[in-house]
Design a binder for this molecule. Structure first.
Ligand code: ZN
Ligand code: ZN
Length: 331
């Protein structure tokens, strides 16, 4: 008889998710089956729950959703030798083709033929998930599983924050959501001279201060350029990390960059967003789009950043992932 498991499923093309019994997936050749311990909720899952235009285009029900998780390998498919049953792992949520130009160059995050876990194929909001062994991320002993369950998003923050050299740079982060908060700590840890965070939510800006922001600006009241004198920023920001998806935040960032400055774009902009292209041209700005995590360099960096801090504070435990990461990444 087919073994069954609980799973959260997008059963129909409408708002909502349904908890229902689904078959336990069998690992094929080169795949592993992971018993899920913990998951985290991504913005993508909220889009899918709400059945917004993006999900209507990308999700074909029935689909088990979820792609941020930690668990243990429970069964190895044929030919998998690099991992063992019982190993604590997470998984890269993009399953790439492995033979296109980008994949072969080690840039799997740009694979045109990528399939998303919990989007194009069965996801992690279930008792078990099957993924290719290539996507397995082994987790060293001692890292809190609450933190690991959130590594997918931490990876977005790490990928964006480490796109450009940070040492001695004045950094502007627009958007104080969880990813902006984590990026704040990563920039500080990686040698930024100052990290200025903007948002319109005082509570979130306060959390950014706890993550090590040099200064925060609520742009519904104040202007970011007004802090330049106090922070001795003479020519503008060297690096910008756009994490809000707000067109006005992006424009403010472009206006306040130093000539030759570099911007990493993670926030998803509304269609039709306009920017002042002549600022980009005359200032010689670099704009770099960010997607997912570098495969698999970002994972290596994030594990070592957390692990390095953990060794200093092995007893750190909390029930709130952001706070846990603050502590883990604290300077
Ligand atoms: Zn995610
Ligand atoms: Zn590819």
């Amino acid at each position: 008889m087919q073994a069954m498991m609980d799973a959260l499923v997008k059963t129909e093309a409408k708002k909502g998710l349904v908890l229902q019994r689904m078959p336990v997936p069998e690992p094929g050749m080169g795949e592993v089956r992971i018993k899920i311990h913990k998951t985290a909720i991504c913005g993508t899952d909220v889009h899918i729950y709400n059945w917004d235009p993006w999900s209507q285009e990308h999700i074909h029900p029935p689909m088990i959703v979820g792609h941020e998780y930690v668990g243990e390998i429970e069964k190895l498919g044929e030919g998998v030798t690099a991992y063992h049953v019982g190993q604590i792992v997470s998984g890269e949520g993009h399953i790439v083709c492995g033979h296109c130009r980008n994949c072969r160059a080690g840039n799997g995050q740009w694979c045109k033929f990528t399939k998303g876990v919990g989007v194009d194929r069965s996801g992690a909001f279930a008792e078990y998930i099957v993924i290719p062994a290539h996507n397995v991320i082994p987790i060293p002993e001692g890292i809190d599983e609450d933190v690991v369950s959130f590594f997918d998003a931490f990876g977005n923050a790490t990928h964006t924050a480490l796109m450009f050299d940070m040492i001695g740079e004045d950094v502007l982060i627009t958007g104080a959501g969880p990813i902006g908060m984590m990026a704040t700590a990563i920039c500080k840890k990686n040698g930024a001279r100052s990290v200025v965070v903007t948002d319109i939510n005082d509570y979130r800006l306060e959390l950014c201060k706890k993550m090590g922001a040099t200064q925060t600006v609520n742009v519904s009241r104040d202007k970011v350029e007004d802090i330049f004198a106090e922070r001795r920023i003479v020519e503008g920001f060297d690096v910008g990390l756009e994490m809000s998806g707000s067109g006005s935040a992006l424009n403010t960032m472009i206006e306040n960059m130093r000539n030759g400055g570099k911007i990493a774009l993670l926030g998803i902009q509304q269609p039709g967003t306009q920017i002042n292209w002549n600022h980009v041209i005359w200032k010689g700005l670099t704009l770099q789009g960010i997607y997912g995590r570098k495969m698999f360099e970002t994972w290596y960096k994030m594990i070592t950043m957390v692990e390095g801090a953990w060794i200093l504070r092995p007893s750190s435990r909390t029930d709130f992932t952001i706070r846990t990461l603050t502590r883990a990444l604290r300077l």
